[in-house]
Design a protein around this ligand. Structure first.
Ligand SMILES: Cc1cc2nc3c(=O)[nH]c(=O)nc-3n(C[C@H](O)[C@H](O)[C@H](O)COP(=O)(O)OP(=O)(O)OC[C@H]3O[C@@H](n4cnc5c(N)ncnc54)[C@H](O)[C@@H]3O)c2cc1C
Length: 404
């Protein structure tokens, strides 16, 4: 279940296996979430980073797809309850992924903007562009400044990439569209509750990321914990109040609420603890993988990132084939390939394959790795063309305000 990185790779790895694969998802597409922030900042169209599951797996003979929302898993009856009736299974791989974690901050859930799926990205793009249109019509300078203040919460890779891309959209492109607006009225703030950006990266690269953001006029605030947001102003725990019409919440992810509907005890971030073989304790026919699964390795929880989901998907598929054949199962071991984050044009930090780099070299590595990982030749070509166009002409093609 799930056409994300985990589910898709599990389905693919079962190609030619002694099983019939039924992939179910509430969406008909696989989404490359690492580039979602580029849709949110008008750099790419959603179709360029997503591809229909049926198209990806159309040549796989033992494959079928059902577009349904799973509402419950009846582990005892070996049945998925879905929006379109039950689906029985012999073996089940649950890869339902994560959702934005607002850490119980209800006001942020209502007024803030998360970034997890295509509609979220479009909502951010619409909001940012609409704020510029409204600012053009706003005679009151204070209200205009609030319209042009953009706050990103969370200094992890998503927050850093989002803040960097937002700054470039505004300072390289929108300045040309709105020549009568004073660029000094624009503020982009990146709020981080701890004292670090990109916490899992080496110190040298963390510092490089911070410096690059400053150069792009992003105000980075450490120790800035959000207390409340009413849609007009954000209040920090320190008592500081910042008027802002746009707050993008990139501070956390947790497993989707389906975790609670399983009747199993969720662990940290709502993830379900699994056996070393990725099976659910007491249900050897059920595997949980990716963001939905909780597993520790070398004393630390595995991160909620695409390579973990991909490797788990392949491992779960191999174990299902072993189960069918009556062979012993293999325990899962994650091979960490490192972390990358881009902060816009010519700027990225990379700690991958034992290489630590920042600046242009890291940016080229980031471009190459993302193009290779994107699914579909057409998507690779279109994204490459878009990036080249934006690079040489300082443009962002997808600057449409659509209906939310
Ligand atoms: C904005 C953003 C940027 C990221 N950047 C990076 C990055 O740069 N590098 C990196 O490694 N990782 C990144 N990640 C994390 C990475 O995308 C996830 O770790 C990965 O997608 C997890 O894979 P998954 O298969 O577990 O879940 P997902 O890829 O989230 O897939 C879950 C699937 O399950 C489906 N689903 C969920 N609930 C239901 C239901 N009830 N019924 C039917 N279908 C359902 C969803 O529609 C979805 O298709 C990013 C995540 C986000 C949100």
């Amino acid at each position: 279940m799930g056409t994300g990185f985990g589910g898709l790779n599990a389905a693919r790895a079962l190609r030619g296996g002694p099983v019939q694969v039924v992939l179910v998802d509430r969406n008909n597409y696989h989404l490359f979430q690492p580039l979602l922030y580029q849709v949110a900042t008008a750099g790419l169209e959603p179709e360029e980073i997503a591809r229909p599951a049926r198209a990806i797996l159309r040549r796989q003979k033992n494959f079928d797809f059902r577009m349904v929302a799973v509402t419950r898993v009846d582990l005892a009856a070996k049945r998925l309850e879905t929006s379109d009736g039950p689906i029985a299974y012999d073996y089940l791989v649950l890869a339902y992924g994560g959702e934005t974690n607002f850490f119980g901050l209800e006001s942020m859930r209502i007024h803030g903007l998360g970034l997890k799926d295509v509609p979220d990205a479009i909502a951010i793009r619409n909001r940012v562009l609409r704020c510029f249109e409204q600012a053009m019509l706003e005679p009151d300078p204070e209200k205009r400044r609030a319209l042009l203040t953009f706050i990103v919460v969370g200094g992890g890779p998503t927050g850093v990439e989002m803040a960097g891309a937002l700054s470039e959209l505004i300072r390289l492109v929108l300045v040309k569209d709105y020549p009568r607006l004073n660029i000094k009225d624009v503020r982009i703030l990146l709020l981080e509750a701890t004292d670090k950006l990109l916490a899992t990266m080496p110190e040298r690269l963390r510092e490089a990321a911070g410096k690059t953001l400053w150069r792009k006029y992003v105000e980075v605030r450490f120790g800035a914990t959000v207390a409340d947001y009413d849609g007009k102003q954000i209040r920090l725990k320190s008592g500081e109040v910042i008027p802002a019409q746009t707050v993008i919440w990139a501070a956390g992810v947790r497993a989707t609420s389906l975790s609670t509907a399983l009747g199993l005890q969720p662990g940290r971030q709502g993830r379900i603890p699994v056996e070393p073989t990725l099976q659910v304790p007491g249900h050897p026919e059920v595997f949980i993988i990716g963001d939905a699964a909780y597993r520790e390795q070398d004393g630390a929880p595995l991160p909620m990132v695409a390579p973990v989901a991909i490797q788990m998907g392949k491992s779960a598929a191999r174990n299902i084939v072993r189960l069918v054949r009556g062979e012993p199962l293999e325990p899962f071991r994650y091979r960490d390939q490192g972390t990358l984050a881009t902060i816009g044009r010519n700027a990225a930090v990379a700690d991958v394959f034992g290489i630590q780099a920042s600046g242009f070299l890291a940016w080229v590595m980031w471009l190459g790795i993302h193009i290779i990982q994107l699914i579909g030749f057409r998507n690779k070509i279109f994204v490459l063309i878009n990036w080249a166009w934006d690079y040489f002409f300082y443009e962002r093609a997808a600057r449409l305000i659509t209906r939310d």
